[in-house]
Design a protein around this ligand. Structure first.
Ligand SMILES: Nc1nc2c(c(=O)[nH]1)N[C@H]1C(S)=C(S)[C@@H](COP(=O)(O)O)O[C@H]1N2
Ligand SMILES: [Mo]
Length: 210
């Protein structure tokens, strides 16, 4: 067909972007509120709620850092329409957390909790993806404070607000409940390929009543 090569390569890049997104050069910082100070002696990662054994599971920073390290190459899509492609995220896969602290059989959703009470809800099926990862590193380097150090969640197949920075824990839930942005006008599921940006786009069954 013979497109000029410049145009062809732009189209190749565009085809990797979900609808309505544009490619961002560099890595902007996007969040609500201040950047929390990391205090290692006070930090713990907690899994609580409907666990299989009914107990809370806690890791100190040292213990969590000693869990097996894995990497996932994934894009980041912000609902405000910029995307960053092809980052390598390093850390602890969500599947590892699920193995070490299994949910009760009736768990359907999780709430991921971060500093200052920020939260985001996910279907267990989204959390269970083998590409969902609690990241400590990006492209081989420790995360910076403003990008979520010491720990942030990356859910590659959902908009980036579904991945809290400064994560402190996971609550296993037997019914869905809205997180911080999901209560404030963003879509309960947040699939960028279906452009599920806002809660007014939700269809019956996508989320709890607002
Ligand atoms: N704790 C917390 N995590 C958060 C947010 C936030 O407001 N608070 N914003 C989310 C949004 S909307 C985006 S786009 C990404 C941005 O990550 P970045 O600043 O590392 O690019 O963080 C997500 N994680
Ligand atoms: Mo975002």
């Amino acid at each position: 067909m013979g497109h000029p090569s410049g145009r062809e390569s732009r189209e190749a890049v565009q085809s990797e972007l979900p609808p309505g997104q544009r490619l961002q050069k560099g890595w902007p910082v996007t969040h609500y509120g201040p950047v929390p100070k990391f205090r290692p002696e006070r930090w713990e990662f907690r899994v609580f709620g409907a666990t299989a054994d009914g107990d809370k599971h806690c890791w100190t920073h040292e213990e969590f850092s000693a869990l097996p390290y894995a990497t996932v190459v994934a894009d980041l899509h912000c609902v405000t329409k910029f995307s960053m492609l092809g980052a390598e995220w390093g850390g602890v896969p969500a599947t590892t957390v699920l193995e070490l602290a299994p949910p009760a059989p009736d768990v359907t959703h999780v709430m991921v909790w971060a500093e200052y009470g920020f939260s985001s809800n996910l279907r267990l099926s989204d959390f269970m993806s083998d590409r969902t990862i609690f990241a400590t590193h990006k492209d081989g380097e420790l995360l910076t404070a403003e990008h979520g150090f010491p720990l942030r969640l990356i859910v590659p197949h959902l908009y980036a607000w579904k991945g809290p920075k400064w994560v402190r824990g996971v609550e296993y839930m037997t019914a869905d409940r809205r997180g911080f942005w999901e209560e404030r006008g963003y879509h309960n599921i947040g699939d960028p390929w279906r452009e599920q940006r806002y809660s007014y786009q939700e269809e019956p069954g996508d989320g709890p009543e607002l």
